[in-house]
Design a binder for this molecule. Structure first.
Ligand SMILES: [Ca+2]
Ligand SMILES: [Ca+2]
Length: 393
């Protein structure tokens, strides 16, 4: 079902309201904060004021944040291929063989995920990686020393994710806290024959067991092509965010071309319709229904222009008021954090854009902490930060 292809944010909200009047739970225009004129004072009061504080600053191209013990974070910086432990406002680099990380353009040291049940000692990275005959994207496993000063390489979890110039390297890794399954969102390497190619790991969402084997519940668990066994969904351009809705499905967030960023609800075996054709033609639709078979439309699309949607997390906790249960999405070109409300069936309802989350430049990743606060990374290139976003109680 085609839900919304709004051109601008308020229009998207209006469109959703027109299409789905019974589902417009508040004012149909985007009412980002108290400063916007509310159509319904009751609804406006249900959106809390939001406070922003700096967890750590002085970083460069912060890509991701993962939770260690309370008060401690693991943080990656893309271009310097740095992993740091952040505590009490200070970032202390972790020693590891960072010279093996392949850095170019959009690719470098990207996503992080701490493995549940390892006392916060084992974690995964998704990064560019030097190989004997070139470079690729790899998911690798690491073990932190007891003092946290170094990380021992525990080897490759999954390699062979393609990357060429460094453009469209993805890469998001998430671990299901219950099953231990590893999810990886990849980019298409800006190469035309990757995203729909079921023998390639690029332009996909992949799912593995905790041991790094293809999930036996994937759509093609016994495919002759081993790579195909890892695939959960395909036809993606450049997956930047993955977030499992509490009690529900995995969702992806990806970059559009010069239009149509997408938020997708993932269905096993689904084709999300990116096929840039010979020569890498960015003019084709982000979801091209003229392709053979069924293509699945985005649940939200930016329209024209893009805002470069990136990392995302579902917001948890009654302290968030109307924002509880929304998808918080970081945007790079848009330079803002937005909250997207979807109904129980995954249909877009409206967008909230708090004004004080529009003044921190490019935003890359969103992580929900144990209290339900959001940890957001900036990606401006210098003086980058990890921000804590919380509702004012
Ligand atoms: Ca698509
Ligand atoms: Ca079709």
């Amino acid at each position: 079902m085609r839900v919304s292809r709004g051109v601008t944010v308020p229009l998207a909200a209006v469109t959703a309201g027109l299409l789905l009047p019974a589902l417009a739970l508040g004012p149909v225009h985007a009412a980002p904060d108290r400063a916007a004129a509310p159509a319904s004072p009751t609804a406006a009061r249900a959106v809390p004021d939001i406070s922003v504080s700096t967890v750590v600053s002085g970083l460069e191209h912060v890509w991701d944040v993962a939770l260690l013990q309370p008060g401690r974070l693991l943080v990656s910086e893309r271009d310097s291929a740095t992993i740091s432990i952040v505590a009490r406002g200070r970032a202390t680099p972790v020693r590891f063989p960072s010279s093996k990380v392949w850095v170019s353009g959009e690719t470098g040291l990207m996503s992080l995920a701490v493995v549940p049940g390892t006392k916060h000692r084992t974690f995964l990275t998704c990064s560019g990686w030097e190989t004997s005959d070139g470079h690729e994207i790899q998911v690798r496993r690491w073990r932190l020393s007891a003092d946290g000063k170094r990380a021992v390489d525990k080897g490759k979890v999954l390699g062979g994710i393609p990357i060429d110039s460094g453009r469209h390297g993805g890469c998001r890794v998430k671990i299901d806290s219950k099953s231990g399954d590893i999810w990886v969102g990849t980019g298409d390497a800006a190469t035309y024959d990757v995203a729909r190619n079921l023998h390639s790991l690029g332009g996909k969402v992949l799912r593995m067991t905790a041991a790094g084997k293809p999930s036996p519940h994937n759509p093609w668990p016994r495919a002759a092509s081993v790579k195909r066994r890892y695939i959960y969904t395909y036809g993606h351009r450049n997956v930047q965010g993955l977030a499992r809705r509490p009690g529900g499905e995995m969702w992806s967030v990806e970059h559009g071309t010069d239009r149509d960023d997408e938020v997708n609800l993932l269905k096993a075996g689904g084709d999300y319709g990116w096929n840039p054709g010979p020569g890498y033609d960015d003019d084709v639709p982000m979801t091209d229904h003229s392709l053979p078979g069924e293509q699945i439309d985005a649940r939200w699309s930016s329209g024209d222009p893009t805002i470069a949607t990136s990392g995302a997390a579902w917001v948890r906790g009654s302290q968030w008021g109307d924002l509880n249960g929304t998808l918080a999405v970081a945007t790079l070109a848009g330079e803002k954090l937005v909250f997207m409300k979807f109904d129980d069936r995954g249909r877009f309802v409206r967008m909230y854009e708090p004004r004080n989350l529009q003044t921190h430049g490019r935003l890359r990743s969103v992580t929900s902490n144990r209290k339900g606060d959001l940890l957001v990374t900036t990606d401006n290139g210098r003086r980058d930060k990890v921000l804590r976003i919380s509702p004012v109680r």
